[in-house]
Design a protein around this ligand. Sequence first.
Ligand code: AKG
Ligand code: FE2
Length: 401
Amino acid sequence: MAPVATSEKQATDIADLKTHAADKLFNPFYSPPDIDDGSSDYKFADFKPSFPNLSWEPLKEVEVTERALHADPSKKNLLSAASKVTHLTPAIGVELEGIDLRQLTDQQKDELALLVAERGVVFLRNQEIDIYQQLDLARHYGPLHKHATTGIPKNGLEEVHVVYNDSSRRPDASAFAKIDLWHSDVTYEIQPPGVTSLKVITGPEVGGDTLWSSGYALYSSLSPGLQTYLEGLQAVHSGVAQAEGNRAAGLPVRRKEIESVHPLVRVHPATGWKSVFVNPGFTRRIVGVPKAESDAILTFLFRQISDNPDFQVRFRWTEGSIALWDNRIVTHSATFDFWPATRHALRATPHAEKPLSVAEYEKATGKVAKDRQIEVWKQLGVDVATGNGASAGSSKSRYND
Ligand SMILES: O=C(O)CCC(=O)C(=O)O
Ligand SMILES: [Fe+2]
């Protein structure tokens, strides 16, 4: 069995996370402002990143309609339109073939939201959808988020988050531990995003895969005592390090950074399933517990996110591929193994509701929040008294009892 991390080691890890966060976190997503000399005949030159010196007001709470709650639970309108539906792992990820995202009816868009909520991330290849149509699709799911620190396209489309790397930017391996790069997008916001889409418009032959990890599966993997304990906790998510990273790099911060407190276990309003809602990128501490305890628990959860393949899916992009993931219930991490090739992707990011704790969900709906793994087993007709700890990864026992 792997040795248990000492508290000293855990403290060092957390200190490391914070150090990296302070000046370097997410720098792989940044590009130097002078990236283009204007003479490029690159067809997506208008969508290269830029960092205009804009100043935006703080975000306020906004109303969001949960589209997945309007979906036909069978998702028959969407799934019958697909020529093939391939589940990539039991926990997370499905690829749809034969669907053109430009052609979806509103009913199919709602069913897509439900599929994303259930499977965490949905992949479609060879999509012709352009960024304006991608933004329209995202608007169906909620008001669009504007990122305060990362690049926006040169053409000024402020709702687009640009991911761009080329030969001018060799990744600095000394700057990151890979665990630091796992995140859910902008969880420091009051209403972090829901159904988020990223389309790769230029990509390498090989490399630049992205990984996603399921917060439902992480929740299901825990022992009952820990599940109950975590359900009562809240954690601080901070945008400070990301903003400081910009300032250190001489880049503008377009909206004042904030921190938000969110439940450590949240419930997806459409599935009613419980999901661990922390990520190495932005979650800094658990509220109201001793620091050593907060550090140990967060380090444990972060390591499960990054290390446990049973919760993960890895997607090999091809040009024109799009991924839609639900930031409420998955974390993700990009790879940077493709230098000196160019990789360029555009993201649309709708806000979702303020995260709901188990107690808040149950009070608001009168329903009992569920463990996804148990629900799946019930659907399969498996007789289980409890599924807790089921995906912890032991073939002999569900956990080390
Ligand atoms: O480049 C990628 O695959 C993902 C980047 C990322 O984290 C994002 O766009 O949210
Ligand atoms: Fe991201």
